[in-house]
Ligand binder design. Structure first.
Ligand code: OAD
Length: 232
């Protein structure tokens, strides 16, 4: 079975009603990203950070997977398929995909501020200051903030380096190390990028196709072609 690795970003969930990061004038749902998604922001105002993620969790709980999430799950019929997502929503899971790596963590999870291994799934519930883990420490979202390590990046690189087909959907490729995955794709591997806007790619791969479409249009089309082996 050939292996397809797919890197997704906020753009794939845009048509499910979840706002992307860039393109809103530096604001993210009205918040300064660094105030709500960095260790400095957390140190300054943890209540604001918790409230921000409580709102995002509630929004995500209402969102439904779109035709792009659903189409990707169909690739599993014919390919060994892995989705590496930067998104913290669970729309790939809801869309039926079974192999998903959440590079930047999950909205539905919280962890102890003192121990990355004490993690709880809280679904769509809010957390507040004073809610503690079993070690007595404050709970925080189990998401990767700016300036923090991305624990799963080594595994993601290993998977990318053995991809027979690589697909990128709805990411500005502005955030590292996620964006660097593209440089680990083998040179003979075809790379498809679906996005209504062309991201700025330094040194694009040799075998590269840009599909300038929204995810709900471009993804089902590409999936059909890959499943039917028609030339793209
Ligand atoms: P961005 O907001 O940077 O980029 C979203 C991309 O989606 C852009 O390239 C848009 O053109 C594209 N887009 C918009 N609508 C689309 C649609 N309907 N279909 C397809 N594409 C569409 O989001 P990311 O690249 O995901 O990190 O951002 C990367 C990381 O930065 C996030 O994971 C987050 C953020 O800060 C952390 O929180 C650590």
């Amino acid at each position: 079975m050939k292996k397809i690795v797919i890197l997704t970003g906020a753009g794939i969930s845009a048509e499910s009603g979840i706002q992307t990061f860039r393109g809103a004038g530096g604001l993210w749902n009205g918040y300064n990203v660094m105030e709500v998604a960095s260790p400095e922001g957390w140190a300054k105002n943890p209540a604001l950070v918790l409230n921000f993620y409580n709102l995002r969790r509630a929004d995500a709980a209402k969102a439904k997977p779109n035709q792009a999430h659903i189409a990707l799950s169909k690739l599993e019929k014919k390919f060994n398929t892995l989705i590496i997502t930067q998104n913290i929503d669970n729309l790939h899971e809801q869309g039926g995909s079974s192999h998903i790596m959440h590079l930047h963590g999950k909205l539905s999870e919280v962890k102890s501020v003192a121990n990355d291994n004490i993690v709880y799934d809280i679904g769509d519930k809010p957390i507040q200051l004073g809610d503690t883990a079993e070690d007595g420490q404050q709970l925080r979202p189990n998401v990767v903030w700016f300036g923090e390590m991305v624990p799963m990046i080594a595994a993601a690189i290993e998977e990318t380096a053995t991809a027979d087909i690589f697909i990128i959907i709805g990411t500005s490729l502005a955030v590292y190390p996620a964006a660097s995955l593209l440089h680990y794709v083998p040179s003979s591997t075809p790379v498809y990028l679906i996005d209504p806007n062309e991201p700025d790619i330094y040194n694009p791969p040799t075998n590269f196709s840009f599909i300038q479409q929204k995810a709900t249009e471009g993804v089902p089309m590409l999936v059909n072609k890959l499943l039917n082996k028609r030339p793209i």
